[in-house]
Write a protein that binds this ligand. Structure first.
Ligand code: NAP
Length: 270
């Protein structure tokens, strides 16, 4: 039985004036094929209403597949994308945004995130360009990815920032200060690699969590997500999967109630 599974069980979080369920979907491997389309439809069916993609994922096929499968988007479904990389000039962001709007089949992107800061360009200039897109009505909200507190604060002086997406999981904890800052400011924190990400790191999370997970009759990946959800009310994990079975398992993690002792043990594990 899978009918009792719902992303709503994770609670909700604000993305500016938008409210989403606190377990979303990462789509960097989504491509133009039936498996991806089925996965996207199943996610929406199970209450996932925050889908994260990017201009560069699968050469644009992630955005295009989301657009061709889910647009016109049901009310309340927030599709977030990202533009810009280390070498992208502010003037080049417009072309990427136009690509994303076309592929996602929309006139306005709910959440547009600066994917990477160009180290040769003051962040104020790139964020200033996103603010212009916002004034033009092409994006609703602005987020950042892979930033530190200083960069976030500089961007906040230009325009409101509603989300930050950085690498974060039970073992990768280099952004604790930033996470605490976002929690205080009510800025959604979207951890990428929520399950540990690449093979070696994911294996490490799996091995370290497997004993405790068996006490909860859960998989280590589910425990990793349960820990994230408990870590902060503004946490919005976006586990990436191509498997509907894994999607369902990930959503079920919202029903795991970690004991305070186990939460503390996981917190001090990294
Ligand atoms: N902002 C950035 O710079 C940045 C960087 C990287 C990623 N991201 C975003 O963050 C999202 C999440 O990151 P990620 O997908 O790279 O890493 P992740 O979510 O930590 O891990 C994904 C890996 O775990 C597997 N998996 C998923 N659910 C599972 C489960 N229940 N049990 C066992 N294995 C499971 C997936 O394979 P299966 O397909 O077999 O499930 C995949 O190999 C991405 O999709 C992307 O949207 C952003």
């Amino acid at each position: 039985m899978t009918d009792d599974i719902s992303a709503a069980q994770a609670g909700i979080v604000q993305i500016g004036d938008l409210t989403v369920n606190r377990l979303g979907l990462g789509t960097n491997r989504i491509n133009d094929n039936d498996q991806s389309r089925q996965l996207l439809r199943r996610a929406v069916e199970l209450g996932v209403n925050f889908i994260d993609t990017a201009h560069r994922y699968q050469g644009g096929a992630s955005e295009a597949t989301i657009g061709s499968t889910l647009a016109p988007y049901p009310d309340g479904l927030v599709v977030a994308t990202k533009g810009g990389w280390q070498e992208t000039l502010p003037s080049e962001l417009r072309g990427q945004l136009e690509d994303s709007l076309r592929r996602l089949r929309t006139d306005c992107i709910d959440l547009y995130q600066l994917h990477r800061v160009n180290p040769d360009v003051p962040i104020e200039e790139s964020v200033g360009m996103l603010k212009l897109f916002q004034e033009e009505g092409k994006i609703r909200h602005i987020g950042l990815s892979e930033v530190n507190v200083d960069q976030l604060q500089r961007a906040q002086k230009v325009t409101p920032i509603v989300s930050v997406q950085n690498e974060y999981n039970v073992m990768a904890r280099q952004h604790e200060t930033l996470l605490d800052y976002c929690t205080k400011q009510g800025i959604a924190f979207i951890p990428w690699f929520p399950l540990g990400g690449l093979a070696g790191a994911a294996e490490q999370v799996e091995n370290k969590l497997s004993d405790m997970a068996s006490n909860y009759d859960a998989a280590p990946q589910q425990l990793a997500l349960a820990w994230l959800l408990k870590r902060s009310p503004i946490m919005l994990p976006i586990p990436g999967t191509l498997s509907t079975g894994h999607l369902e398992a990930n959503l079920r993690s919202a029903t795991i109630t970690l004991s305070e002792d186990d939460y503390q043990r996981l917190t001090s594990m990294a």
